[in-house]
Design a protein. Structure first.
Length: 377
C-alpha cells in the first residue's frame, strides 16, 4: 500500500462512524466520554483529574498507527484559583512500521506562578531513515536503520518580574542506530561518522517572556524563549557542542471563537554536534507533514501562521500555512528553496483548555497525520 492509501485509511477510520454513534445525543456522548475522564470538567477533589483517549495517526516515518493519550489536569494548591491549571500528558503509540514509543510532557505551576517546572521525555524504537546532513543530502537516497532513543529535559524557572522568567535545566539524550541497511564505505553513516551510540548531556539556561493566558491552548498574549544549551564530556556528554533555540509566538483573538496564532522558531548548533542532535525540520509541532530527520543541519528556522476556530459544543478546527529553511550557518539559510507546509486539524476538548488534536499536514513530497495532546504551539 502506498503512503496516500495508508493516509486515506487513517482518515477513513475517523469518519466511518457507526450509525448508532451518529444518532447519540450530546448528553449520551458526554456520558460515555465521562467514563474515561474526557468530561470537559476539572474536579480538584481527584488530585490529578485524568482523561484517556485513543486515536489513529499516519506520519511519513511511522506510517499508519494507533496512539493513546492520557492527559491529567491538577493544581499544586487546590485553593489557588488564579494560577492556570497544571497539566501532565502521557502518549503511547505503535504503528505498522514496527515503531513503538512513549512520551511525556508536564507543565507545573507553583506558588501563584512564581515557580514553574516543565519536563519533556520520550522513549522510542522506530524503523526510520537517514539521508545525511544538509538540504542537498535530503534530495538523495535514504539509508534505513532502527532508532532506539531516550530523552529527558527538565527545566525549573523562577519569575523575575511580571511575565519574565529565568531558569536552569538539563538536556539528556541517548541514541543508538541499529540494523543499518547495506553498510559500506560510501554510505550516509560512514561519511558522517554517524553510526553507533551517542550520549548527549547538557546544562540549559533559558529566559522566557510569557503573557499567554493558558499554555496548553493560548487565546491571547505573547511568548518569547531563548534557551542556550552547553554539552560537554565533563557533564557526561560524548562531545562538546552548544545549541541556541529561539522561539516567538503571538496570539491575536479575532473574537470569542477565532484566534490567529503566529510562530517563529529557530535552532542553531555549533561545535562537535552529534548527527542526532543537529537541528531538524519536521515534527508534530512544526513543519508538520515532513519526514522527521530527513532535513537536518546545524541551523533550522521555521515560521507558521495558524487560524484556530472554536465551533459549537467541544469541537474546533485549525488551518495553517508555514515554511522553513536549513543551512550550516545562518547566512546560508537562503541558499536553497524554502520548505513549505500547509495543513488542517480537528480539535476536541477533553478538559478545560486541553484539546486532543488531529492534524493533517502536507510538506514537500510528503504528508503526515498527527494525534497529540494540546496545541502545536
Amino acid at each position: 500500500m502506498n503512503k496516500r492509501g495508508a493516509l486515506f485509511l487513517g482518515l477513513l477510520s475517523l469518519i466511518n462512524t457507526p450509525t448508532e454513534a451518529v444518532a447519540m445525543t450530546r448528553e449520551e456522548i458526554d456520558g460515555f466520554l465521562g467514563k474515561v475522564g474526557a468530561d470537559n470538567e476539572y474536579d480538584p477533589g481527584k488530585g490529578i483529574d485524568w482523561s484517556v483517549l485513543p486515536g489513529p495517526f499516519y506520519t511519513p516515518e511511522l506510517k499508519l498507527g494507533l496512539g493513546t493519550a492520557i492527559a491529567g489536569v491538577y493544581r499544586v494548591d487546590p485553593n489557588d484559583h488564579v494560577t492556570q491549571n497544571s497539566s501532565v500528558s502521557f502518549t503511547g503509540f505503535f504503528s505498522t512500521s514496527g515503531a513503538l514509543g512513549l512520551g511525556m510532557k508536564n507543565y507545573t505551576f507553583f506558588t501563584g506562578d512564581e515557580w514553574r517546572l516543565f519536563i519533556d521525555g520520550s522513549l522510542a524504537k522506530i524503523p526510520t531513515g537517514f539521508w545525511g546532513i544538509g538540504y542537498s543530502a535530503a534530495q538523495g537516497n535514504e539509508q534505513k536503520y532502527t532508532q532506539q532513543s531516550f530523552s529527558l529535559h527538565p527545566q525549573i524557572m523562577r519569575q523575575v518580574v511580571g511575565n519574565l522568567y529565568a531558569g536552569l535545566g538539563w538536556d539528556l539524550s541517548t541514541f543508538d542506530a541499529k540494523s543499518i541497511k547495506d553498510p559500506h564505505p560510501g554510505d550516509n553513516f560512514s561519511h558522517y561518522d554517524a553510526g553507533g551510540n551517542t550520549l548527549s548531556s547538557g546544562v540549559t539556561v533559558n529566559i522566557n517572556f510569557d503573557s499567554r493566558d493558558v499554555i496548553t491552548r493560548p487565546r491571547h498574549g505573547q511568548f518569547f524563549s531563548a534557551e542556550y544549551s552547553l554539552f560537554d564530556p565533563a557533564i557526561g556528554s560524548d562531545s562538546h557542542f552548544t545549541a541556541l533555540q529561539l522561539q516567538y509566538n503571538y496570539y491575536f483573538p479575532l473574537n470569542d471563537q477565532d484566534v490567529l496564532a503566529f510562530d517563529l522558531w529557530g535552532r542553531f548548533a555549533r561545535g562537535d554536534v552529534p548527527w542526532d542532535r543537529l537541528s531538524e525540520a519536521g515534527d508534530d509541532n512544526r513543519m508538520r507533514g515532513y519526514y522527521q530527520g530527513r532535513y537536518r543541519d546545524n541551523d533550522v528556522v521555521s515560521t507558521q501562521l495558524e487560524y484556530r476556530k472554536k465551533l459549537n459544543w467541544r469541537h474546533g478546527y485549525v488551518l495553517w500555512v508555514g515554511a522553513g529553511a536549513l543551512g550550516d550557518t545562518p547566512k546560508n539559510l537562503s541558499d536553497h528553496p524554502l520548505l513549505p507546509t500547509i495543513g488542517a486539524g480537528y480539535r476536541f476538548e477533553v478538559k478545560p483548555d486541553m484539546n486532543i488534536r488531529l492534524d493533517l499536514g502536507f510538506g514537500k513530497e510528503s504528508a503526515g497525520f498527527y494525534f497529540q495532546v494540546a496545541e502545536a504551539f
